[in-house]
Write a protein that binds this ligand. Sequence first.
Ligand SMILES: Cc1cc2nc3c(=O)[nH]c(=O)nc-3n(C[C@H](O)[C@H](O)[C@H](O)COP(=O)(O)O)c2cc1C
Length: 318
Amino acid sequence: MNFKTRVTELFDIEYPVIQGGLAYLAYSDLAGAVSNAGGLGQITAMSLENPDELRKEIQKIRTITDKPFGVNFAIGQHGRRFEHMVEVAVEEKVPVISVTGGNPKGVLDMVKGNGIKTLVLVAAKRQAQKAEELGADAVMVVGHDGGGHLGRNDIGTFVLTPEVVDSVSIPVIASGGIVDGRGLMAAFSLGAEGIEMGTRFIATKECVDAHEKYKQAILEAKEDSTVIIKRSIGAPARALKNSWTEKILEMEKLNQGYESIKDYISGKANQRFIYDGDLENGFGWAGQSAVRINDVPTVRELFDHMIQEAEKISSRWS
Ligand SMILES: Cc1cc2nc3c(=O)[nH]c(=O)nc-3n(C[C@H](O)[C@H](O)[C@H](O)COP(=O)(O)O)c2cc1C
């Protein structure tokens, strides 16, 4: 089967499969493995302490792979801290920059004219049109099924993807709930020209920073094992359900704003779960797709399996 789309052409990759930004997890080991397997790996910039750390990660990934990779900027909650990080990414001439969590204009303007490809994450048709107007090279549509931060309107991947495909002319990448070749082929059918996966990549060998207990919790997840927190502060995000998220939801019912829950939703609480494997004193993001994940392969094995499955489906269709 021919996997060439405008997304593979744009990013100069073999398969139209993108590893999503993964806060505190997506560094050069994972991103390099994804790029080496033929997809587009991404380093998540905003989890790094400072621009120098980002420069080191960029230099490190170049020792792991000579293939294209991206740097992801979740700009929402970081004030203007991201600007120095973007400057480093531009200086280092990274092949791709992706941006999410706020108005992408600032980042897109900084990147313009440097030969860097840009990708904007959206969760609504209007956002996708805006990204296209601002000059993004492609958009990634994240449906309600996905892990981590989501759109506010709870629209699932299956509705959002074709809506966006029909409303922009730049390539669209589908995200949220995709873990395998079936998801890849479904995304193609919806008009997307590539997929992004987040949760699936946590349960891989090269996601070296995720604690074994986090990976295990993903393997054991049922279809109702995730929950949306932070909705009361306008930033809904999907995490694995546990006593910690239950506490957050109780507090959110009181509607006392960000200050009242900030310690519970902090990066530290996230890190206790994902780095220390403390499954009851913190939280870990994951998508509904966790229920579909039953192994911890290498990234290469994951790609092989996904591509074989997609090819099987394709030959059955034809
Ligand atoms: C643990 C985790 C952390 C995430 N952190 C980020 C991030 O820093 N930046 C970003 O753009 N998206 C982030 N996301 C969203 C993913 O990039 C992706 O859009 C989402 O996981 C897709 O849904 P899926 O998990 O069903 O594949 C995160 C998702 C997870 C599961």
